[in-house]
Design a binder for this molecule. Structure first.
Ligand code: G3P
Ligand code: CA
Length: 405
């Protein structure tokens, strides 16, 4: 499937926001079919680019834009409660160091539900999200609708023994989950083949997706086709032969984590069925022929330079992110933020104005500021070599652009 995008209309505003409640629909529990002309859009960890990942705020961001699904990661607390969290430890996305000093790098599954509820899972992303709690699995179903369903990733199942049964029971017994399932708006996904087989045995009626870092050989896909409906893969190495092998097995194909407009166009050209990304609102707008960044000032991320082969872009070297003013007006970019997918942040220094056509290099490491270069002094690193993205925000929290390396 190759879908030409309609031209971007720069001046069009966002459509009316939808906050529909869940409706009961008497339909078989099958995944809603992908539109032949448009892939399904799935918000990664809710909408991790615009709100703290795996939180109710992120789920509401995805729902407000009416994206097809929001994706969540579920694990089991030490006392068996299903909670939504991606990482193996609470260090990166919570204030665990303040609340439970010394437990920063403990398995997040070693915390009880009551302990998890004491953590702030929003402040890491920004002060306006302070106090955001780690959600229960069922919180996602409460936000979801028949428009915006849920992709439930069973995350690191070896750390959460019995989680397949817990998820299957929730889908069967909780009224919100049951309604979504009946409406074809729930899919369970996971990297662990054995866990997926277990889940398929427990809940064969629930659509299931095998996640993978890259598309394997035909024999492996054929084996997966015995218990899953779709394959979800990293998009970066995907090629037409991979797409054909998945298609030949009769499975749908999804890709993650697709964050920039260029990356969205690339996977559309490859003909994928589902697109998962941290910026689902912006992806949805792009697919609708709208400007993904309404209100942008014309300053874009035009490149990221990593001068240490095999190393990440990080401080102490010449690595930097390049900004370019492609618009008609001079723009003051002082205090603007560059944030990568792991929430590493670079800040543009004070006193930087970009005239039309001008560029600015924003360095991670130390250096002497000039008219063309702003240095962060070695306090941050951004853009993982294995494939990452970085977003440009104004000092007033307005998203301007997303770049993927
Ligand atoms: O949707 C698949 C994607 O979520 C898998 O990667 O590490 O973000 O859970 P990860
Ligand atoms: Ca995930």
């Amino acid at each position: 499937m190759s879908v030409p995008l309609v031209p971007v209309l720069r001046a069009v505003t966002a459509g009316a926001l939808s906050a529909a409640t869940v409706l009961t629909v008497a339909a078989p529990a099958v995944a809603a079919p992908a539109d032949a002309e448009r892939p399904l859009v799935i918000g990664h960890r809710g909408a991790a680019g615009t709100a703290p990942e795996n939180t109710v705020s992120a789920f509401k961001d995805a729902r407000a834009a009416g994206v097809d699904y929001l994706e969540i990661d579920v694990q089991l607390s030490a006392d068996g409660v299903p909670f939504l969290f991606h990482d193996d430890t609470p260090a990166r996305t919570t204030n665990v160091a303040e609340v439970f000093p010394g437990r920063e790098n403990d398995p997040v599954t070693s915390f009880t539900w009551a302990e998890l509820q004491q953590l702030d899972a929003g402040s890491y992303f920004g002060p306006r999200f302070a106090g955001e709690r780690i959600p229960h699995l069922d919180d996602a179903a409460k936000v979801a609708t028949v428009n915006t369903g849920v992709y439930i990733e069973i995350k690191s199942p070896r750390n959460s023994p019995g989680i397949e049964q817990v998820v299957a029971d929730a889908l069967a017994q909780d009224k919100d989950w049951s309604k979504l399932l009946e409406a074809g708006k729930v899919t369970v996904i996971g990297f662990d083949e054995a866990s997926n087989r277990t889940f398929a045995g427990l809940a064969p009626e629930v659509p299931l997706q095998q996640l993978t870092g890259s598309v394997p050989d035909a024999a492996t896909i054929e084996r997966w086709a015995g218990f899953v409906d779709s394959v979800g893969t990293n998009y970066r190495a995907l090629d037409a032969e991979d797409v054909a092998r998945v298609d030949a097995a009769g499975l749908d194909l999804g890709v993650y984590t697709v964050n920039s407009p260029e990356a969205v166009r690339h996977v559309l050209d490859l003909g994928v069925d589902m697109v998962t990304g941290d910026f689902p609102i912006q992806t949805d707008r792009l697919l609708d022929g709208l400007d993904p960044y309404p209100g942008d000032h014309g300053v874009e991320i035009s490149g990221a330079v990593n001068d240490v082969p095999g190393d990440d872009v990080q401080y102490g070297t010449g690595e930097h992110v390049l900004l370019a003013n492609t618009g008609p007006r001079t723009v003051d970019v002082s205090g603007w933020i560059l944030r990568d997918a792991a929430n590493n942040v670079l800040t543009v220094g004070a006193g930087y104005e970009l005239a039309p056509g001008e560029q600015l290099r924003v360095y991670t490491g130390p250096g002497t500021d000039t008219d063309e270069a702003s240095y962060n002094g070695g306090s941050s690193s951004v853009l993982n070599n294995g494939g990452d993205s970085v977003a440009l925000w104004t000092d007033e929290d307005r998203l301007q652009d997303v770049f993927a390396n």
